[in-house]
Design a protein around this ligand. Structure first.
Ligand SMILES: *[C@@H]1O[C@H](CO)[C@@H](O)[C@H](O)[C@H]1NC(C)=O
Ligand SMILES: *[C@@H]1O[C@H](CO)[C@@H](O)[C@H](O)[C@H]1NC(C)=O
Ligand SMILES: *[C@@H]1O[C@H](CO)[C@@H](O)[C@H](O)[C@H]1NC(C)=O
Ligand SMILES: *[C@@H]1O[C@H](CO)[C@@H](O)[C@H](O)[C@H]1NC(C)=O
Ligand SMILES: *[C@@H]1O[C@H](CO)[C@@H](O)[C@H](O)[C@H]1NC(C)=O
Ligand SMILES: *[C@@H]1O[C@H](CO)[C@@H](O)[C@H](O)[C@H]1NC(C)=O
Ligand SMILES: *[C@@H]1O[C@H](CO)[C@@H](O)[C@H](O)[C@H]1NC(C)=O
Ligand SMILES: *[C@@H]1O[C@H](CO)[C@@H](O)[C@H](O)[C@H]1NC(C)=O
Ligand SMILES: *[C@@H]1O[C@H](CO)[C@@H](O)[C@H](O)[C@H]1NC(C)=O
Ligand SMILES: *[C@@H]1O[C@H](CO)[C@@H](O)[C@H](O)[C@H]1NC(C)=O
Length: 610
């Protein structure tokens, strides 16, 4: 877990060159507690002079003892400057170069073991110049391409982080001879293929580059825990080399041009099912490729899986019933834009931690299971400090032009149910209103019918509600106006009728007309149709809030009726049918009575109103 946290901290660095040379710790005598040598001080001052620092971040860089300066760390054993951390955590406080190049003065800091210049505004090319002098490799050949010495410089480093630069060129074919355990070169401009990896590598992040070709057929990296190859141009199938990576915790191959059967790699490497691929994995992203086949069965071993994204592929078949049993930890499930068919598995709703379910744009039929209320994680309002913070750091700064892996951190605050663009039919189960944590609900473009649940206003966290393109009928529940966070509403193209409820939030929404368009029965300001008395009656029927006494009477009647039936059923079997009929009839009668009275009352109220 410590390793993991370490990785995470690294992934978002715009520019971080971090050198750990385990053997380089000097064993010299202690030279007092942290007083810095004058040559080191001069080097820092000269370095400072080569920078523009509009925000004054280096204002503490004056006086004798440079070990006290901000970002500077000295060894308390040797007194030498060992660590320089100028990582920028605020976009407006960036350091930049005053001339074309960074001062080479840092090269004299022979004891420096850690250098972090991430998220500053140094020109990509200037960094290698500096590094070359650090190692005194003066033959640096600098176009934008990573020169060989770059790799040589780091051949002994255990961590290589240079994410978010403009590094071009290809990875060296002899990468496998490096001793790196962590290589983070995401968001650069690297081209070419992935070479064979260092044998001890534990994390490889090459996301958001321009790498191409097939994935390597041999990876030979048994300790690899994180493999991030998203947003490149890889082609071909997922090779069996991937399925041999049995230590993987996190795999991201999204946003490539991978094709073929999603299970291919597994089938090849699992001839006698001894393969443990995925058993330890907690995050798998294969989205935005061209993969085919059924929902991957190998996931039945991934009992730790929390994040699964298979969206935007060409997968087909049913969604499996075994998800809750085999992947009980699942929190985020995206299978959007595939060709999955069949029903929503009833079991799916017993995934207690699931708070993000997106099965939109598939071919799912049947009804929405009433057991929705088992989705515990959707029944709670998400707090900022939910207990999986692995990727917290990775969204500290989101650069406009950087596509990076912050999805986990962003999704984690959303409670989403997106079932849109399928072939779902039937009514919305009333239980949906128990999912009070929901921030987004999209049921658009299905064949749903019946009324919108009256208690929809209980979903207080809703930011977006889309019920468009269905066959919903009846009135719009007035409780909708209680949704104070709502910023997007779409009820268009249904068969709704009656008065459009008013309310501050509802009236503040944009495109008023297009929220309700395609419901000829609706009236009210937004659709420019005056409500007649008849319209008012219709909507009044739905609105029980004003009439507590009638409601109460009805409830009492119902409870008494229920007990009568229940007791009778206990006593004599043959009475059962008769009583059901009787109760049905009574219920109908009461309902009609109430409805009629109601209509009268509403009429009076309306008349009385100005
Ligand atoms: C160096 O100093 C820091 C804080 O002043 C202390 O936590 C650390 O243990 C010291 N290291 C050594 C090796 O004395
Ligand atoms: C950054 O590098 C590019 C080309 O490598 C160069 O044209 C540009 O002038 C440099 N910018 C600065 C501020 O040095
Ligand atoms: C780098 O090496 C050259 C000789 O190759 C030497 O003259 C120079 O002083 C060295 N520079 C540093 C900073 O060690
Ligand atoms: C998927 O394949 C189709 C045709 O085979 C192609 O047009 C499309 O661009 C591919 N998509 C991706 C993401 O590679
Ligand atoms: C199957 O298992 C045996 C030993 O258990 C092993 O020798 C053989 O290589 C395995 N086959 C494959 C295809 O993994
Ligand atoms: C959707 O599923 C049905 C079977 O449930 C099938 O007949 C139909 O062809 C599917 N449509 C598409 C576009 O895959
Ligand atoms: C809801 O889903 C439909 C169809 O999938 C889509 O067009 C619409 O933009 C979605 N609504 C929102 C608010 O995202
Ligand atoms: C629309 O709803 C009304 C009842 O409000 C119903 O009589 C009618 O059949 C519905 N029309 C369609 C097309 O569903
Ligand atoms: C609701 O969806 C329909 C169909 O996609 C669209 O025409 C309309 O503009 C949407 N309304 C709003 C308010 O976005
Ligand atoms: C609605 O009624 C009011 C007065 O009752 C009238 O002023 C207004 O023009 C009517 N609007 C429409 C669209 O009929």
């Amino acid at each position: 877990m410590i390793k993991l946290a370490f990785l995470i901290r690294g992934t978002a660095l715009l520019l971080c060159l971090l050198i750990f040379q385990a053997a380089s710790t000097s064993h010299g005598q202690a030279s007092g507690s942290g007083a810095c040598t004058s040559s080191e001080r001069d080097a820092l001052l000269s370095f400072k002079a080569s920078l523009l620092d509009p925000a004054g971040r280096l204002s503490s860089w004056q006086g004798e003892d440079c070990c006290q300066w901000k970002g500077v760390h000295c060894s308390n054993r040797t007194g030498h400057l060992i660590k320089l951390n100028l990582r920028n955590i605020d976009m407006d406080r960036s350091l930049s170069l005053s001339g074309g190049e960074m001062s080479s003065s840092l090269a004299t800091l022979q004891h420096l073991r850690y250098l972090d210049l991430s998220w500053n505004d140094f020109n990509g090319t200037s960094i290698p110049v500096f590094l070359s002098s650090l190692k005194n490799l003066s033959d640096a050949n600098l176009d934008d391409v990573i020169p060989d010495w770059f790799w040589m410089t780091f051949s002994q480093a255990s961590t290589l982080q240079a994410s978010g630069n403009k590094l071009c060129g290809s990875l060296p074919t002899n990468l496998q001879h490096m001793s790196a355990e962590y290589i983070h070169l995401g968001s650069n401009k690297l081209t070419g293929q992935v070479p064979q990896l260092p044998i001890h590598i534990s994390q490889l992040d090459l996301s958001s580059n321009s790498l191409s070709g097939p994935l390597p057929s041999e990876l030979n990296a048994p300790a690899l825990e994180d493999l991030m190859l998203a947003n490149n141009q890889f082609t071909g199938t997922i090779p069996s080399s991937i399925c041999q990576l049995t230590s993987l915790l996190r795999l991201d191959l999204s946003g490539n041009h991978l094709e073929g059967d999603i299970m291919q790699c597994w089938k090849e490497s699992d001839a006698n099912s001894t393969n443990l691929f995925g058993w330890n994995m907690f995050s798998l992203a294969l989205n935005n490729n061209n993969l085919t086949g059924q929902f991957p069965k190998f996931l039945a071993r991934s009992s730790q899986l929390m994040f699964l994204d298979l969206s935007y592929n060409r997968l087909f078949g049913g969604l499996p019933e075994w998800l809750p049993e085999k992947i009980p930890q699942l929190r985020i499930l995206r299978v959007r834009s595939n060709m999955f068919s069949g029903h929503i598995p009833k079991s799916l709703t017993s995934l207690h931690r699931l708070h993000y379910l997106d099965i939109a744009h598939n071919n799912i039929s049947g009804s929405i299971p009433w057991s929705l209320s088992n989705l515990k994680a959707m029944k709670a309002v998400v707090s900022q400090d939910t207990n999986y913070n692995f990727y917290e750091d990775s969204i500290q700064i989101i650069m406009k032009d950087q596509k990076r892996d912050y999805t986990f951190a962003i999704y984690k605050l959303l409670v989403i149910l997106d079932l849109s663009s399928n072939r779902l039919a039937g009514q919305i189960p009333e239980e949906i209103t128990l999912l009070i944590g929901l921030t987004n609900l999209n049921l658009s473009n299905n064949q749903l019918t019946g009324a919108i649940p009256n208690q929809i206003g209980d979903l207080r966290q809703l930011d977006s509600l889309d019920l468009s393109f269905n066959g919903f009928s009846g009135a719009i529940p007035s409780s909708l106006s209680a949704l104070s966070y709502l910023s997007h509403l779409n009820l268009s193209y249904n068969n709704l009728s009656g008065v459009i409820p008013s309310g501050q939030q509802l009236q503040a929404l944009d495109n008023q007309r297009y929220i309700y368009i395609g419901n000829p029965g609706l009236c009210g300001d937004p659709v420019g149709r005056n409500c007649s008395t008849h319209d008012a009656e219709q909507s009044g029927l739905e609105d029980i809030d004003h009439m507590p006494s009638v409601y109460l009477a009805m409830s009492i009647g119902f409870v008494v009726g229920l007990w009568t039936v229940f007791c009778t059923m206990l006593m004599k079997r043959t009475w059962r049918e008769a009583f059901f009929q009787f109760v049905d009839m009574m219920y109908d009668m009461v309902y009609v009575q109430v409805a009629v009275r109601w209509a009268h009352m509403m009429e009076k109220t309306q008349d009385g109103a100005p």
